[in-house]
Design a protein around this ligand. Sequence first.
Ligand code: PLP
Length: 417
Amino acid sequence: MSERKRIYLCLAHMSEAGLEQKYIKEAFDTNWVVPLGPNVNGFEADLETFVGEDKKVVALSSGTAAVHLALIACGVKPGDEVIVQSFTFCASSHPITYLGATPVFVDSERDTWNMDPELMEQAIIDRKAKTGKYPKAIIPVALYGMPYKIEAIMSIANKYGIPVIEDAAEGFGSRFDGRVLGTFGEFGILSFNGNKMITTSGGGALICPDKESADKIMWYATQAREAYPYYQHEAIGYNYRMSNICAGIGRGQMTVVDDHLRHHRHVQKMYEELLAGVDGISMMKAPSEKYDANYWLCTMCIDPELRIKGQENAYKKVITGAVGGAAGVIHAVDSATTDCQPNDNVEALRMFMDSAQVEARPLWKPMHKQPVYKNNPAYVNGVSESFFKVGMCLPAGPYVSDEEVRYIVKCIKESIE
Ligand SMILES: *Cc1c(COP(=O)(O)O)cnc(C)c1O
């Protein structure tokens, strides 16, 4: 078992033709080693074709930067509030705090695990009653690529005149009712981090409604320069443009995006079939055909009653392996537990899979349960917290083969006591 190559959740996967390297080489050969150039323009054009709907797309240095600039474009200022899905990765909410504004967290519904439209409307009404102002923007998130209930979200947002920023960072290529996520709201967030549907090694993009708003985003992303022969600044800008080297990788990746989408959906289908008869394990699936998820990550829930081998040892040891390792985890912790964590059987399964060379991960911990946001307003129904306690992410990336999916399922079955 130890000789097996480790299977990761979602690894970057370059095109067979090596087009990424061809575009990078072109950038070097023509001396476009800067945060603008033919690859950036070409990548943006490819993205515009892919998302359709006559949208303009601006390539940026990260998805987080895209969230930040979308908030600025929606006029978010210090003291404002922004509604954001609680069940998400921190990049959806952190940029709200960069601006001195306050994230107001809204819990999820059970069908898609994304923002509950009814609770969202209650939050809008309650914030107006409590602060005298409506929130400045609403950020639903396509968690693990699953489309949110965008029709209900848009109709409520429009009723109160609040712009929607769709966080489709995990949902690149997912569609609702045939239309690409990120094109329904005022803005749409994309991420090309190393572990997303496609990668530029690190990067993101903002889907904008028109050229005028795209130009404004571009201006903010390049230090807000005025058209003088010398540097003249009348507003605060950011250094958020994508580099021409990264965009070269992106152009190559756009040639395989449809293959990646097909593969992630195929892996999901395999898990659904292979785990169908296993008591106590249930795969998360789209509630209907309208929700055309990319299945960036495949996720499952584990019945709290299911006994997993080694469960008695769950959370007994402080984790040290992540510290100083990947992804910049450099803060050691002195406790093996927190007041809100996945059930013991979930942690036991994670450890079992880890020793079988399979990366499995808990679901994202809801933001309203994060210590850093403990004083933020939150409209909660218990849904995200309950899924966090029973859920697990499984490898889905384009690298995962059919044989590996069968092996992963075999390991899951073996882990059950
Ligand atoms: C990855 C991600 C982002 C941000 O992307 P980066 O490119 O890593 O900055 C934003 N929101 C969600 C939900 C994500 O998963």
